[in-house]
Design a protein. Structure first.
Length: 323
């Protein structure tokens, strides 16, 4: 079995967390101990433009431009790392289209990280294919490319020779999964403990904290984003209203109009729904689930859960088929 090779293509204003997680996982699997030589796998980073490349954080990154004559025949995976905005990824499509024929002729697998998915979709490569990406961008993808089969849950999904990923730290598990296609699973998993990944997340059973409803009201949309961003650290609704530029009373009126609940009641209901999902999709203790959802005392979680679902968390977990 030959050592797999990865061509990593960085878009303008690339986000460093997924890129760093992915490349460091390759590094751990590429050699014995922590020597970091590219022996059991190899990779090289490129960009699509001739301009100096900066990350979304403003840091400069010194990578060579990818030539239009680049030979992909010895490349197992072409991995695209998206930037700060979906629009910037869409703009890369014009540069990327000429390379697609070469990549497909070389029988190379394409991987798109987070909003790099928009580049492939703009090229028409994702029509009728299952894809996933970060929840922030899912509604925009759904509206712009209705032929794409968006999968809202999961860390990554593969359909044919294309894999898409939500990005962030999920690229660590993504790199492991791709390596496992080409090498011994033990070597593919090497280094996870060093990266503080002590328990790999199941990509098909990832908690769907991305299910914030699509709304046209800009104030409510921003409030929902803040709520879902603070799922494990519940934010005070008064603080939310201040951050979106409304009074608490104004925000409550908007939530009552859209959801028949004031903001605080809606927020608690959402957290309990996530708790119910975890009860039937994980083996975590009720105390752990309560803490994960920001409840300081699991007794409060149990009380509110029974009020919303008519049964205790334990009873709910014992009868998952009813939910």
């Amino acid at each position: 079995m030959t050592a797999p090779h990865f061509d990593l293509i960085l878009f303008p204003e690339v986000t460093l967390l997924p890129y760093a997680g992915f490349t460091d996982k390759l590094r751990f699997s590429s050699d014995e101990d922590d020597r970091s030589r590219q022996r059991y796998c190899s990779w090289r980073s490129y960009q699509l433009t001739q301009h100096p490349l900066q990350a979304s954080s403003g840091l400069g990154i010194d990578v060579a431009p990818l030539s239009e004559e680049h030979d992909f025949r010895n490349t197992d995976f072409v991995v695209l790392f998206g930037g700060r905005t979906a629009q910037s990824a869409i703009e890369q499509a014009a540069l990327f289209r000429p390379l697609l024929k070469q990549i497909y002729r070389a029988n190379t697998h394409i991987v798109a990280i987070d909003n790099a998915v928009f580049c492939l979709a703009e090229c028409g490569l994702l029509d009728h294919k299952a894809v996933t990406l970060h929840w922030r961008h899912q509604q925009q993808l759904r509206e712009r490319y209705p032929a794409v089969k968006l999968q809202e849950k999961g860390l990554f999904v593969t359909d044919g020779r294309i894999t898409t990923s939500v990005g962030g730290t999920a690229t660590i598990e993504l790199a492991q999964a791709l390596l496992a296609k080409k090498m011994n699973p033990q070597r593919a998993a090497k280094g996870l403990a060093d990266m503080m990944v002590t328990e790999s997340r199941n990509p098909l059973a990832f908690m769907p904290w991305n299910n914030a409803p699509a709304v046209s009201d800009a104030y409510v949309h921003r409030a929902l984003v803040l709520m879902f961003e603070h799922m494990s650290r519940p934010i005070n609704v008064t603080d939310i209203s201040a951050q979106v530029g409304l009074s608490r009373r104004q925000l409550d009126r908007k939530f009552l109009s859209l959801f028949d609940q004031p903001a605080a009641a809606y927020w608690q209901s959402v957290r309990l729904e996530q708790g119910a999902w975890l009860l039937t999709h994980s083996t975590q203790t009720i105390e752990h689930i309560a803490a994960q959802l920001g409840y300081q005392h699991d007794g409060n979680f149990r009380q509110q859960f029974r009020r919303q679902f008519g049964c205790t968390p334990t009873e709910y977990r014992r009868q998952p088929e009813q939910h």
